[in-house]
Ligand binder design. Structure first.
Ligand code: ADP
Length: 198
């Protein structure tokens, strides 16, 4: 498909279990941009037992946000890599208002401002179903019932307000995240292709 008015620097927002990681990976291939997931970067750091990984692990296992300064270091380093010039999809960052402000400064400095933020919406019972399924399939240590509940609380309290940050600038779009992976993907492509519609 031909994307005429390309939006290439995207922040993908959505609760845990909204499928944004899956969608971000598809969009990476379809748009040829970098997929930057702080969750993936953090899990790699934990696996490699780096200093950052050691500090981050307890927060992740509890479903809390890793402290902003640690994640900012990680994201700054990633945004400094050359592939970012082709555009990017941020997945899992920013996760609170101060991260959103820090991101604005970093992107201003590298002259790569965000084109749009897309919020993937999913109803709560679907989220619980999906996360429980993923717990069985992937065995992620933060997919236990208690931690899932905490991640959802952290999302509602700290991350949901990030949508407002982009809405205030007229950059927020909402996409229905219910339905098949393909259906949601098509909605995202449509939204990104028609930045001024809806
Ligand atoms: P999900 O959104 O499905 O819960 P992620 O892979 O995005 O999963 O994140 C997993 C965990 O990694 C979070 O619960 C949090 O502890 C940590 N994390 C990821 N991104 C950030 C961020 N931007 N700021 C702070 N912590 C983060």
């Amino acid at each position: 498909m031909i994307l005429t008015q390309k939006i290439m620097r995207i922040v993908l927002l959505g609760p845990p279990g909204s499928g944004k990681g899956t969608q971000a990976a598809l969009l990476r291939d379809q748009l040829g941009v970098a997929h930057i997931s702080t969750g993936v970067l953090l899990r790699e750091a934990v696996e490699q037992q780096t200093e950052l990984g050691k500090k981050a692990k307890s927060y992740m296992d509890a479903g809390e946000l890793v402290p902003d300064d640690l994640v900012l270091g990680l994201i700054e380093e990633r945004l400094g890599q050359p592939d970012v010039a082709r555009g990017f999809i941020l997945d899992g960052y920013p996760r609170n208002l101060s991260q959103a402000e820090a991101l604005d400064s970093v992107l201003e400095r590298i002259e790569q401002p965000v084109d749009a933020a897309v919020s993937v919406t999913v109803n709560e019972s679907e989220i619980v179903d999906r996360l429980s399924r993923r717990a069985i399939e992937e065995g992620r240590s933060d997919d236990t019932e208690e931690v899932i509940r905490n991640r959802m609380r952290v999302y509602a309290e700290q991350t949901a307000p990030v949508a407002g940050h982009y809405a205030r600038r007229g950059q927020l779009r909402e996409v229905d995240g219910m339905g098949s992976v393909e259906e949601v993907n098509q909605r995202l492509l449509d939204t990104l292709e028609n930045p001024d519609a809806g």
